[in-house]
Design a protein around this ligand. Structure first.
Ligand SMILES: [Zn+2]
Length: 323
């Protein structure tokens, strides 16, 4: 028996069930919300109950678990998440790490490798504590490490975060999700660093692979053993649904159903857009889109129930069971 950490403590991986492996409940710019409360419509008295309703609907649709990948830079707040998840029946898994495409917050500019003061990377200790001791003074432990390598590539600071995640993975065994940017083939840069750090790609999800239709690139990534995140269903503004579905179907046909996860990268609330904007620009970007629209479209393209089951249940479970 293997267990994975959740909001409610360790969970037997056989109980994960249908799992959305890349989502957010709240995506908040906490410093701005602290100094300008309510910016872009954030109101926790409204948004916590709203998130509860969405999570209950997800559970009712047959989904048991949700990986909440908010970390530093995305406004992770364990108490808010706990209140949103309470009583919904959805098992929420949390992450640790840091989300930036270019530079670190200023407080890490002066100490750490390559800085004025130098010394060991201070991020390692923060990530390790979230995994081994608990998040924000609670006993809730992180189940995943998370960082990002986007279009700007391995900037000095982005590389610091990725290498910190690799080192903490080596110490704790916690798997890693890396946000990537397929258009610039960032997944290959990530694989190179993983190899330098001795991290087995089988322990890594390369997120946002679903943003491309480049099958050769995806196959190259998959051949490393990494799991591909087909994880932005509903973000038609980046790639239309039909192209996303066709790509997953083609990868299934090539035999990669056991290396893909299906998710939305959606959130109940984000303060990145003015009120109503998210719904206007991405009306299908919500946690039920895979169930309601994507699975029927995949079946229409001859993706089998067994393959769907793999991508929603088998792959998440196996991912957490690798040691
Ligand atoms: Zn995300």
């Amino acid at each position: 028996m293997t267990t994975v950490q959740t909001l409610d403590g360790p969970l037997d991986t056989s109980k994960l069930g249908r799992t959305l492996m890349h989502e957010h409940i709240f995506n908040l710019t906490l410093e701005v919300q602290g100094s300008h409360p309510g910016f872009n419509g954030w109101d926790e008295d409204v948004e916590v109950p709203k998130a509860q309703v969405a999570l209950r609907a997800l559970k009712a649709a047959g989904y048991d678990s949700l990986m909440e990948l908010s970390v530093i830079g995305l406004g992770r707040d364990v108490e808010l998440i706990r209140r949103a998840a309470q009583g919904t029946g959805v098992q929420v898994l949390l992450a640790t790490g840091l989300y930036t495409y270019d530079v670190l917050p200023r407080l890490w500019h002066f100490s750490g490798p390559g800085t004025l003061i130098g010394g060991d990377e201070p991020l390692d200790e923060l990530f390790r504590r979230d995994i081994e001791e608990g998040i924000q003074g609670t006993d809730v432990k992180a189940a995943m490490l998370k960082c990002a390598v986007d279009a700007p590539g391995l900037t000095e600071h982005v590389e610091r975060v990725l290498r910190a995640c690799c080192r903490v993975h080596a110490v704790t065994g916690t798997p890693l999700t890396v946000h990537t940017h397929p258009e610039t083939r960032r997944g290959l840069d990530v694989l190179r660093v993983l190899s330098e750090e001795g991290v087995d790609p089988k322990r890594v999800i390369l997120a946002h692979c679903g943003d491309t239709t480049d099958l050769d690139y995806l196959e190259e990534l998959a051949q490393s053993g990494a799991t591909l995140g087909m994880d932005r269903f509903g973000l038609e503004i980046l790639l239309p649904t039909e192209a996303r579905v066709a790509t997953v179907a083609a990868m299934c046909e090539r035999g990669y159903a056991d290396q893909m996860i299906l998710s939305h990268d959606a959130m109940s609330f984000t303060d990145w857009f003015p009120p109503g904007m998210k719904e206007q620009i991405a009306p299908n970007w919500h946690w039920l889109h895979v169930e309601q629209d994507i699975l029927p479209a995949l079946r229409a393209r001859a993706v089998t129930e067994e393959q769907i089951d793999k991508m929603l249940v088998g792959v998440p479970r196996a991912f957490f069971e690798r040691g």
